[in-house]
Design a protein. Structure first.
Ligand SMILES: C[S@@+](CC[C@H](N)C(=O)[O-])C[C@H]1O[C@@H](n2cnc3c(N)ncnc32)[C@H](O)[C@@H]1O
Length: 294
């Protein structure tokens, strides 16, 4: 069959003009594909109120029958993910000024706005606590922490070494001047120029996974922003290193990429730690925040 024919056949089935035998494997495979595609689409649209959609997906997953154990295992992770997705409180965010969003970034402006509001609340309530940012890249988030906190110590960790993916990202962001960096070259000076860190911000140029976090001051971390990895093993390793610095019932963990379905390790991590990292907020972005409640 030619690929054009396959596409038109798919269209006919999707539009319900051709009905498949409901008990055949083809139907099952087709329904699964349809489900996964719609999940991807939902994510691309970054729908704010997903409750109806999530209900439909969960119904689909719960009622699907006769599947192989491997497929069932795969679907279980989707079911867990959708269950967590229903538990966040949706928050609208305010527009930021140009000097608050001007640094090249992967993070959504809505996430920056959420972090700004969170900083202001922290500044009022928890002056003797630290903020940790893992993986700031060019410093878009650090810029917000720099501008909106004064008395809280902010610790920022990155190896600041140029990698291949950063070229294409900068090109996509319309910042061709970054192309002068060589792979492996340090961009920490560029970061400092863009952020202009004040005294309350300490920059740690290090490998996040092999760093000694015993000397954070003050000891308790009230906000942890994690954007250096979406690998499951790295997440577990760093979380276990920092866990005893989090304050039960108070510390917020911000995960800017949780809604990105490619970040499967991140989704797996949060599914596994769902009994102590409790869903808190979502904005119109891929970001989700969690409160530490062991
Ligand atoms: C996806 S980027 C972060 C994007 C940034 N948060 C933003 O919104 O623009 C990941 C960052 O983590 C850093 N990184 C990744 N693995 C690291 C590690 N093991 N140690 C230190 N830094 C690391 C990279 O250098 C990069 O700056």
């Amino acid at each position: 069959m030619k690929s054009d024919d396959i596409l038109s056949l798919q269209r006919e089935i999707l539009n319900r003009r051709i009905f498949l035998n409901p008990f055949s494997n083809d139907t099952l495979n087709f329904s699964l594909c349809e489900f996964l595609i719609s999940l991807e689409r939902r994510n691309a649209l970054l729908d704010f109120d997903t409750s109806n959609y999530v209900r439909k997906c969960r119904f689909f997953l719960e009622n699907i029958e006769n599947i192989q154990p491997k497929v069932a295992e795969l679907l279980k992770s989707y079911r867990d993910y959708l269950e967590v997705e229903t538990q966040f409180t949706s928050l609208e965010t305010k527009e930021l000024d140009i000097d608050e969003v001007g640094i090249p970034k992967l993070i959504y402006p809505q996430t920056l706005s959420y972090i700004k509001d969170t900083c202001q609340a922290i500044g009022r309530e928890y002056q003797d606590c630290s903020i940790l940012e893992l993986g700031p890249w060019m410093g878009a988030t650090t810029n917000i922490l720099n501008k909106n906190l004064k008395n809280n110590k902010v610790h920022v960790y990155d190896q600041f070494l140029w990698e291949d993916w950063m070229y294409s990202t900068c090109r996509d962001l319309d910042n061709p001047n970054f192309e002068s960096f060589q792979k492996g070259q340090s961009f920490s000076e560029k970061f400092k120029t863009l952020v202009n860190p004040k005294d309350h911000v300490t920059i740690h140029e290090c490998d996040i996974l092999n760093h000694d976090y015993d000397y954070i001051t003050p000891e308790s971390v009230v906000l942890l922003i994690q954007d250096f990895t979406d690998e499951y093993e790295s997440m577990v390793s760093i979380y276990n290193k920092l866990r005893d610095k989090l304050v039960p019932g108070k510390s917020i963990v911000v995960s800017p990429q949780f809604g990105n379905l490619n970040a499967t390790g991140l989704i797996r991590f949060h599914a596994e730690y769902k009994s102590e990292l409790i869903p808190l907020h979502r904005t119109r972005s891929a970001m989700r925040s969690f409160v530490f409640k062991p």
